[in-house]
Design a protein around this ligand. Structure first.
Ligand SMILES: NC(=O)c1ccc[n+]([C@@H]2O[C@H](COP(=O)([O-])OP(=O)(O)OC[C@H]3O[C@@H](n4cnc5c(N)ncnc54)[C@H](O)[C@@H]3O)[C@@H](O)[C@H]2O)c1
Length: 302
């Protein structure tokens, strides 16, 4: 089995990395726990990156998972979960389309037997453009996927969960939604909107038993950030990636999936309406120029 060990990963995370990676372990090693035993989950953007790792982790913890993505790669995610002894359905579609989101909720309930958790994670970055070059069409497209998508997931999943008096929804925001300089203008606005969305919707669902939270990832190596990593590696500057946070490294999709699992599981039973940065400390510091450091040395010694 290929174990993708990442710098700073704990052993449990490494095991999940093995499960979520391109090579999946034998069936008996696919399960890592029972925190979602018997539950049904939907994960959007499950064809790549954070969504794929989360779908794999939810399944490894016992959930049946409806995996969705606009990219057909989502079928590979579902197939890999099923091959590994888990249970998943792959559905190709648009997370910003209301009819499709409604259909996913119905399909999860009808074919997988209920709906306990939704991870509204699909997103697009839209790249960087100047204020003058940013068009209304570009802004609308990013808001449609990144903000209206999570809104639709909440709109159609929460009432169903409220009827059973229990359910958890997690949305992927970003550190770009907390403050500037981590994404383009529409992207950052969309992610700030997601943070507000989880606050307002968890409030209007007062007393329903449905919890809604957001995760604000820092720099994570995924399909979305591949150009950044590719460019840095091509220039031999990969040691500079992710150096702006106190852990001095970038993150891995499995480290975001671990937070999503906590939030949708019973371990997060009293956590509601919050946005959690999972960013190695990036958003906790003032901007600074990282000192050059000797191998193993404290920055002050550099
Ligand atoms: N990678 C990072 O550094 C980072 C940081 C902060 C936040 N995020 C957020 O994490 C989430 C997941 O992104 P990722 O980093 O795993 O990137 P990714 O590109 O690997 O995965 C995103 C997935 O969303 C899918 N998608 C895009 N538009 C869609 C649509 N309309 N309907 C359904 N699926 C769609 C893509 O096909 C892709 O598979 C996004 O919301 C992103 O904004 C990522």
């Amino acid at each position: 089995m290929l174990v993708r060990l990442c710098r700073g990963c704990q052993p449990a995370t490494a095991l999940v990395a093995a499960f979520a990676g391109p090579f999946w372990g034998p069936k008996q090693e696919a399960r890592v726990g029972n925190r979602l035993e018997g539950r049904v989950a939907i994960v959007t953007g499950a064809g790549s990156g954070i969504g794929r790792a989360s779908a794999a982790l939810f399944a490894a913890e016992g959930a049946s998972v409806l995996c969705t993505d606009i990219n057909e790669a989502v079928m590979q995610t579902a197939a890999a979960i099923n091959d590994g002894g888990g249970k998943a359905i792959g559905v190709q579609g648009d997370a910003g389309d209301e009819a499709q989101v409604k259909a996913w909720v119905e399909r999860a309930s009808d074919e997988l037997g209920g709906l306990d958790a939704v991870y509204a994670n699909a997103g697009i970055s839209g790249g960087w453009s100047s204020l003058e070059e940013t068009s209304v069409e570009q802004f609308e497209q990013i808001l449609r996927v990144n903000l209206i998508g999570p809104f639709l997931a909440i709109k159609h999943a929460a009432p169903r969960m409220a009827k059973q008096g229990k359910g958890a929804i997690v949305c992927t925001a970003s550190v770009a939604g907390l403050r500037a300089n981590a994404g383009g203008i529409p992207y950052s606005a969309s992610k700030a909107g997601v943070i507000s969305l989880v606050q307002t919707t968890s409030n209007v669902l007062y007393g329903s038993g449905v919890r809604i939270n957001a995760i604000c990832p820092g720099l994570i190596e995924t399909g979305m950030t591949k150009p950044i990593f590719d460019m840095a590696r091509a220039r031999g500057r990969d040691d500079r990636i992710g150096q702006l946070n106190a852990q001095a490294r970038y993150g891995n999709p499995e480290e975001i999936a671990a937070m999503a699992l906590f939030l949708v599981s019973d371990e997060g039973s009293y956590v509601n309406g919050q946005a959690f940065a999972v960013d190695g400390g990036l958003s906790s510091t003032h901007p600074f120029l990282p000192p050059r450091r000797r191998a193993g040395g404290h920055p002050d010694e550099a």
